[in-house]
Design a protein around this ligand. Structure first.
Ligand code: F6P
Length: 320
C-alpha cells in the first residue's frame, strides 16, 4: 500500500482534528502518500479528495470540529454509491481509507470493505460513547467536561433560588454522557435510556432532598429518554418545586479536546495506519483497559454493551 486517505463522518467530535493530524503525520513517516477527503462519504462520492502534507495538519491539534468537515451521506448507503466511492479512490491509486466517525459511519465502512478492494480502518469519533467494543470514543471525555463546566454554573444559580434544574444532554440512546456527568458533577439524579424514567421515584427523591434542606437539585437527563421540557411538564404535575430546564445541545460537540481525547486521538491515528500498512482490512480501532486494540469491524459492531451497574450504584448512593 502506498496511498491512504482519511475522512471524518457523522457528527463531529472534539479530537477529530488531533486524530487527522496523527494519521497523516504517522502515515507520512511510513512513506505513505496521504490524502484528505472533504465532508465524509459525500466528498468521496464527489471526488473531493486532496493530498495532505505535514504542514496540512499544523496548528489543528487543539481545535474542535474537523478541518475535513463532515456530513451524513444518504447515497453512500446504496451499493451503487459505494462502488462509485471505490472508483474515486481507485482512480487516484488510493488503497486504504481511515474513517473517523460513529456507528453509522462504521456500518458504511464495513460494507465498503467487504464489497470492494479498498482496505478500511475505523476510528470511533463521537461524543456519544455508544460503540460498545471500545471503552471510550474520541470526544466523549471533552463533551463530559463541557457538561461539568455547565453544571457548575447552573448549580450556582439554582442554589441561590432553591430551584430544580433539568439538564438535558446528548448521547442518542446511550446514557453515558448523562451518567458520567452526574457522577462527576455531583448531580442529584440521573435519567438515562438504560434505566428509563421512574417518575414517582424521581419525585420522591426530590421531595426527600427538599426535606433534608437541599438548596438545589440538578437532574441529568439523557436526550434518549425525553426532552427536558417534557420531563419538566411531567414533574410539574407531581411536585410543586420550582423547575427550570437547560438543554446543552451542540455546545457539547465543540471546544478544544481534553488531554485524554488528544492522547486517544494520537494513539488511534497511529494504530489505524499501522493496521492498513500491515494489510489488515476492516479494522475497528479502540481502547480497552487503557490498551489500544484493533478489532474486526463486523465483530466490533455487535460487541455487547458495557456493564454500567457499578456506576449506576455509585451514582445512586452519592446522589441521595
Ligand atoms: O451523534 C452525536 C450527536 O451529537 C448526538 O448526541 C445527537 O443526538 C446528534 O448527534 C445531533 O445531531 P445533529 O448535529 O445532526 O443535530
Amino acid at each position: 500500500m502506498k496511498k491512504i486517505a482519511v475522512l471524518t463522518s457523522g457528527g463531529d467530535a472534539p479530537g477529530m482534528n488531533a486524530c487527522i493530524r496523527a494519521a497523516v503525520r504517522f502515515g507520512l513517516s511510513k512513506n505513505m502518500e496521504m490524502y484528505g477527503v472533504m465532508r465524509g462519504y459525500e466528498g468521496l462520492l464527489k471526488g473531493d479528495i486532496f493530498r495532505m502534507f505535514r504542514h496540512s495538519v499544523t496548528d489543528i491539534i487543539q481545535r474542535g470540529g474537523t478541518i475535513l468537515k463532515t456530513a451524513r451521506s444518504e447515497r453512500f448507503f446504496d451499493e451503487e454509491g459505494r462502488k462509485e466511492a471505490r472508483d474515486r479512490l481507485a482512480a487516484l491509486g488510493i488503497e486504504g481509507l481511515v474513517v473517523i466517525g460513529g456507528d453509522g459511519s462504521f456500518n458504511g465502512a464495513a460494507k465498503l470493505a467487504c464489497e470492494t478492494d479498498i482496505k478500511v480502518a475505523c476510528i470511533p469519533g463521537t461524543i456519544d460513547n455508544d460503540l460498545n467494543y471500545t471503552d471510550y470514543t474520541l470526544g466523549f471525555d471533552t463533551a463530559v467536561n463541557t457538561v461539568l463546566n455547565a453544571v457548575n454554573n447552573i448549580r450556582d444559580t439554582m442554589s441561590s433560588h432553591d430551584r430544580v434544574c433539568i439538564v438535558e444532554v446528548m448521547g442518542r440512546s446511550c446514557g453515558d454522557i448523562a451518567l458520567f456527568s452526574a457522577i462527576g458533577g455531583g448531580a442529584d439524579a440521573v435519567v438515562t435510556p438504560e434505566k428509563g424514567l421512574d417518575l414517582d421515584a424521581l419525585a420522591a427523591q426530590l421531595k426527600q432532598g427538599e426535606k433534608l434542606g437541599k438548596s438545589s437539585n440538578i437532574i441529568l437527563l439523557s436526550e434518549g429518554v425525553c426532552s427536558a421540557q417534557s420531563l419538566k411538564e411531567q414533574l410539574a404535575a407531581v411536585t410543586d418545586m420550582t423547575l427550570r430546564t437547560v438543554t446543552l445541545g451542540h455546545v457539547q460537540r465543540g471546544g478544544s479536546p481534553s488531554l485524554r481525547d488528544r492522547l486517544l486521538a494520537a494513539r488511534f491515528g497511529v494504530k489505524a495506519i499501522e493496521c492498513l500498512i500491515a494489510g489488515k482490512n476492516a479494522a475497528a480501532v479502540g481502547v480497552r483497559n487503557e490498551e489500544i486494540v484493533a478489532d474486526d469491524l463486523q465483530k466490533a459492531l455487535v460487541y455487547p454493551a458495557a456493564d454500567r451497574s457499578e456506576l449506576f450504584k455509585v451514582c445512586e448512593i452519592l446522589c441521595r
